[in-house]
Design a protein around this ligand. Structure first.
Ligand SMILES: Cc1cc2nc3c(=O)[nH]c(=O)nc-3n(C[C@H](O)[C@H](O)[C@H](O)COP(=O)(O)O)c2cc1C
Length: 165
């Protein structure tokens, strides 16, 4: 089963977490992960993916304009029926990462995606809207991002496992 991670990253933090999420996903069998920065998306792989995770740095308490622009220009990119999940990196706890995530979730809803947070109902680590990594505990957040990836992959297998891989 194919899963995609799409991110924008200027100074590398969001990219690093995309790789950690991919590691968590790949801990399940028969999972192939495509990690794409916005400029280098393999659209065939994306269309075959059962889940798409979007990653953004937090810019002025919101998603970066690069991700917003991608969605604004994505009219012909079909993502409906796929699982959609979001993560963000930020410098500060009060820096607005949750708002950045919610802006992207808005777009996932418009696309008709099945939004999945990895939910706090799953227990620890609690992930309410999506995974967030802050500057102050970036390294310590990695196990949580790995679990975030695992939960998304498990949900994709649960929902789509019987379809062709
Ligand atoms: C233009 C700009 C605006 C930013 N605004 C915020 C902000 O509002 N809140 C915050 O916590 N961090 C803010 N940051 C910090 C980034 O979100 C943070 O360093 C992020 O991890 C960078 O991701 P990257 O390394 O993938 O580019 C801002 C950074 C830039 C460049």
């Amino acid at each position: 089963m194919k899963l995609s991670i799409i991110y924008f990253s200027k100074s590398g933090k969001t990219k690093e977490m995309a790789q950690v999420i991919a590691g968590g996903m790949k801990s399940l069998s028969d999972i192939e992960v495509g990690i794409f920065d916005l400029e280098h998306i393999d659209y065939e792989f994306l269309s075959e993916s059962k889940a798409v995770v979007f990653g953004t740095p937090t810019y002025y308490a919101n998603t970066c304009w690069q991700i917003k622009k991608w969605f604004d220009e994505s009219k012909n990119i079909k993502l409906d029926g796929k699982i959609g999940a979001v993560f963000a990196t930020a410098d500060f706890a009060q820096g607005g990462a949750d708002t950045a995530i919610l802006t992207i979730i808005n777009h996932l809803m418009v696309k008709g995606m099945l939004v999945y947070s990895g939910g706090s109902a799953m227990g620890l680590p609690y992930i309410h809207l999506g995974a967030v990594a802050l500057k102050e505990n970036f390294e310590q957040s990695k196990p949580m991002f790995e679990i975030f990836g695992q939960r998304i992959a498990k949900k994709a297998i649960e929902l789509f496992g019987s379809e062709n891989k």
